[in-house]
Design a protein around this ligand. Structure first.
Ligand code: NOJ
Ligand code: CA
Length: 723
């Protein structure tokens, strides 16, 4: 707070003046920090106290003082900011502003008309999650901006600085009225050509592979490897968020947004020459981005900064930027593992559609699945293809009112009987609603669909949005769908229903506000390994996802495929990891619902299944022990309300040996560590199912050496010896 106060006093004294915009942007970017530094020094030395002028520059620091955001105005009154980590400039002059239709621009001609600062320090509890207690500790600066010529054109930018990153959002007053957002001009002006892990800024689909490249080499227009390119739309060289970077000094940055509500998704347009990223909001048919009505706030633009890659994952910044729980008690949702009638369809062994033959969703098969779940400490099952309509569920054949009514089961599926059987066995049913990307049809059916679930006491639904959005001209990530998704989640809450969405909008931490928003896909999940013609997710996939997509929130990846080669159903596809890595993913990827998706026969007599039986899905705390994006990651998590720990380690395509200190365990306590590791000769392609299991007694003072195979992993359960 020392720096905040210093700058506030200094700025309020009016000792800053406008600095003329020099000839080149680079010169400007170079000179600005120096001028600000000299002015700060002058203010400190002279203690100058001139009265009249408005404040023109502010500095906000993180509680540990390492991150400093400077907010100021350019010569023509454009709000701008810079970000420093200690002495290193991370973002140089980056402009702020928004433009609305009708030439209503909030881009220049502003003066700072006032500021407010405060410190936040509170601890809150997640009803379920990767960490029970979360500390929200940061400094906040509200910068009020007034247009000098059009005084009714006023807005504010609220900045927050935490030890693990900074964020800001625009806040508009009521008098802006109804406006149509044309563009947001927010910039992130990098100072070096960092190494980046990125995926394309697709307006429709976020199920792309990640690329590792220098910023200057980003080419997102290539649409890497998606099998249904026709339905994706990438208008610019823009990346999706979170995008993660490593600087040459070894600092890690991740750019994303928090609290994406009634707005459209932000992709980042990349200028590979000037190392600039600029907000590129997902649009709609008329070229506009959002309909807004004052007062409103934009989502937070968030920059995570970490000295250790693992700190990106441990950060709770995205949750802290969201509002507290506003739907109350969600104890109807119990984090759980779930099996399902699902992989059958992706392997092509059974169908969603009954008329197509080999129907998956039969009463008998659901009961068999429930028997398996009950015997293996798996709390629920998912049944896809239970409802009529699958004969024409995607593509141009979709009927106008939508293919599904979400209440009529196929004749060979007795919903009530399946629910009854599950209750007897202690296994819940997870409902499935594939909307075929027809949100308006779904909204029409939603009430009766949720009422049916409520009648049967079903508390979780997996939704899906396959295909191009109808109405045409809307995209998966535009305001229309952001609002649809919110509507579904809010409506579901009134029926005590939790939502796990596939083909979702991206995760921006809104689960804090609506904790019935439990998980989502939003990445290339396991299913791609079953049918994607590009060969599936590469061995490095998990080690990138953990540092990119997972920064948004929970993932429904569906780990745990044991028949790695998918024989005999998919001779041309396979999973590109070892079996040990499949186990490790239950710990590495966080999600309060974790599938156990393989065919039942593939789990039979498999010693590795014991790890899945044991592993928890709800956590007291999470520790990222080590990791590098694209190389490996080791994560330990303590089961909630328990003294059991679980550890997952995954490698990319390289073998590696890692020494892991067990100092996260409770000192003085003895644990039985059961280690599931890559066995003799294990290799993701040549010998993926070689798995070794060993047991030893350990304590917090021990070190475990893990030898990970190419595409390999290790999973460990730590169970206190007394248990
Ligand atoms: C895509 C989802 O990701 C997948 O899990 C589901 O099986 C299909 N849609 C059908 O709804
Ligand atoms: Ca999908």
């Amino acid at each position: 707070m020392r720096v905040v106060r210093l700058w506030t006093e200094f700025s309020n004294s009016g000792s800053l003046f406008f600095i003329p915009l020099p000839l080149t942007r680079h010169f400007y970017l170079w000179i600005m920090p120096k001028i600000l530094f000299v002015l700060t020094l002058l203010a400190v030395v002279t203690g100058c106290k001139m009265k009249t002028a408005k404040p023109a520059s502010q500095v906000l620091s993180s509680p540990d003082g390492k991150l400093n955001v400077t907010v100021f105005l350019t010569a023509n009154g454009t709000p701008a900011y810079m970000l420093k980590h200690e002495e290193s400039m991370l973002l140089d002059t980056s402009l702020l502003g928004l433009r609305f239709s009708g030439g209503i621009n909030f881009t220049e001609g502003f003066e700072i008309s006032g500021t407010e600062v405060r410190t936040i320090d509170e601890t809150w509890t997640q009803p379920w999650g990767e960490q029970r207690q979360i500390r929200d500790h940061g400094n906040e600066l509200l910068v009020k901006l007034n247009n000098k010529e059009l005084p009714e054109r006023s807005f504010s930018v609220r900045f927050r600085a935490y030890d693990d990153g900074v964020a800001f959002r625009y806040e508009f007053p009521q008098n802006i009225g109804n406006v149509v957002l044309q563009d947001e001009d927010t910039e992130f002006n990098l100072t070096a050509d960092h190494l980046c892990w990125w995926g394309p800024g697709d307006w429709d689909i976020t199920e792309h592979l990640y690329t590792t490249s220098r910023f200057s080499e980003i080419d997102a227009t290539k649409k890497r490897n998606h099998p249904s390119l026709a339905q994706t739309y990438i208008p610019e060289n823009a990346v999706n968020t979170p995008i993660t970077m490593r600087t040459s000094e070894g600092l890690y940055l991740a750019f994303h947004e928090a609290a994406l509500i009634n707005y459209s998704d932000m992709t980042l347009k990349v200028d590979t020459q000037s190392l600039l990223m600029q907000a590129e909001l997902v649009g709609r048919a008329d070229g506009m981005k959002a309909d807004l009505e004052g007062p409103f706030n934009t989502p937070w633009r968030m920059i995570q900064v970490a000295e250790r890659a693992g700190d990106l994952i441990e950060s709770s910044l995205i949750l802290n930027l969201n509002e507290p729980n506003k739907i109350g008690d969600v104890s109807y949702f119990k984090p759980t593992k779930y099996a399902g009638i699902w992989w059958d369809m992706h392997l092509g062994r059974r169908g969603w559609d009954m008329e197509g033959g080999n129907h998956g969703a039969t009463t008998a098969y659901a009961k068999e699945m429930m028997d398996f779940a009950a015997a293996n400490n798996i709390g629920a099952i998912l049944v896809e293809g239970w409802n009529t309509g699958w004969a024409s569920w995607f593509g141009d054949g979709r009927p106008e009112q939508g293919p599904f009514d979400f209440v009529t089961p196929y004749p060979d599926y007795d919903l009530a009987e399946v629910v009854r059987y599950g209750r007897e066995k202690g296994v819940d049913l997870i409902m499935h609603h594939e909307t075929s990307s027809m949100p308006l049809a779904y909204e029409k059916w939603m009430d009766s669909a949720f009422a049916l679930m409520q009648y049967h006491g079903i508390h979780t639904v997996k939704t899906g949005y396959v295909g191009t959005i109808i109405p045409k001209g809307e995209y998966h990530h535009g305001q229309f769908m952001i609002n649809h998704f919110r509507k579904v989640v809010e409506h579901a809450a009134t029926f005590n229903i939790a939502v796990n969405a596939h083909e979702p909008i991206k995760d921006t931490g809104t689960r804090r506000t609506w904790p019935n928003e439990i998980s989502r896909e939003g990445l290339r999940g396991q299913e791609f390994n079953a049918w994607c013609p590009d060969g599936g997710n590469p061995p490095e996939h998990a080690s990138i996802v953990a540092f990119t997509r997972m920064l948004g929130g929970p993932i429904d990846y569906t780990p745990g495929i044991f028949d790695i080669k998918l024989k005999p159903y998919k001779p041309d596809n396979q999973v590109n990891t070892t079996l040990a890595q499949q186990l490790a993913l239950y710990v590495v990827f966080y999600g309060p619902v974790q599938m156990v998706p393989d065919l039942l026969e593939n789990y039979q007599d498999q010693p590795g299944l014991q790890f899945i039986r044991d592993v928890a899905v709800d956590w007291e705390q999470t520790r990222v022990l080590s990791g590098e994006p694209g190389d490996f990651v080791v994560i330990a998590r303590q089961q909630r309300s328990s003294d059991r720990w679980f550890l997952g380690a995954v490698s990319d395509e390289n073998a590696r040996t890692l020494d892991v200190s067990l100092d996260f365990l409770e000192p003085g306590k003895r644990y039985t560590a059961r280690i599931y590791r890559d066995g003799e000769g294990a290799h993701w392609n040549d010998n993926p199912t070689s798995l070794a299991i060993e047991e030893r007694e350990v304590d917090a003072g021990d070190l475990i050496t893990l030898a990970l195979a190419p595409g390999g992993g290790a999973a460990i359960s730590f169970i206190p010896v007394s248990q």
